[in-house]
Design a protein around this ligand. Sequence first.
Ligand SMILES: Cc1cc2nc3c(=O)[nH]c(=O)nc-3n(C[C@H](O)[C@H](O)[C@H](O)COP(=O)(O)O)c2cc1C
Length: 235
Amino acid sequence: MRIFIVHAHPEPNSFNGALTRSARGALSEAGHEVVVSDLYAMGFNPVSDRRNFTTVRDANYYHQQTEEANAAAHDGFAPDIQAEMDKLFWCDALILQFPLWWFGLPAILKGWVDRVFASGGRIYGGGKWYDRSVFSGKRAMCSVTIGGPPPIYSDRGLNGPIGAILFPINHGMLYFVGFTVIEPFLVHAPARISDTERRIFLGRYRERLLGLAHAPTIAYPKLVDFDHSHVLKSA
Ligand SMILES: Cc1cc2nc3c(=O)[nH]c(=O)nc-3n(C[C@H](O)[C@H](O)[C@H](O)COP(=O)(O)O)c2cc1C
């Protein structure tokens, strides 16, 4: 398989860093091709604006989706965005590696999504979304480190269920552009567990990655399950 890892952590020696190093090693040893976008190391610009484009549709008013449609039609994406799009089209599976920050993605990774997941038909739009999208058939997974322990992210926990917290990413970003979404790989409180426990998590992560093609996925409904108002048809 061809695996694309988007890594978002400012410290190479963090547990996130260890997870990505472990992933690259295990997957390469098993004969998979791996490409990593280490966003901090690349100095990736997460600010979405006119610098996303080499083309201009309307110089007087910036409307991002209008500029995206124009760029899609005229090959007008800036080189840093085009390079990330190329990696998305190349891969069979995408992995987002990040620490949970404020119940969501670190800003550098949110900015990567804002800029790279462009509308106008290149990544989504014009009838391409969810299971009828350009990435249909590809898999994606979040690998997330979380400061708090599991009980606080349980159904009755103070922070609410982790599945609900990751829904905007798993459903609103990955499934929206067509990926089949694998259940996330979660490591809680990596700073508060022992070295032995950390090694166990790294081993489990390697196993998950080597079984990526068959790992359990989130069973989101398909477009055909919804009526013309995009409301689920009654059973
Ligand atoms: C800006 C920021 C926001 C954070 N927000 C959360 C949060 O919403 N929930 C949580 O459990 N931990 C939160 N944390 C803790 C990180 O998730 C935790 O330190 C990280 O996952 C540990 O992995 P690392 O050692 O690789 O950095 C936050 C940390 C920072 C720096």
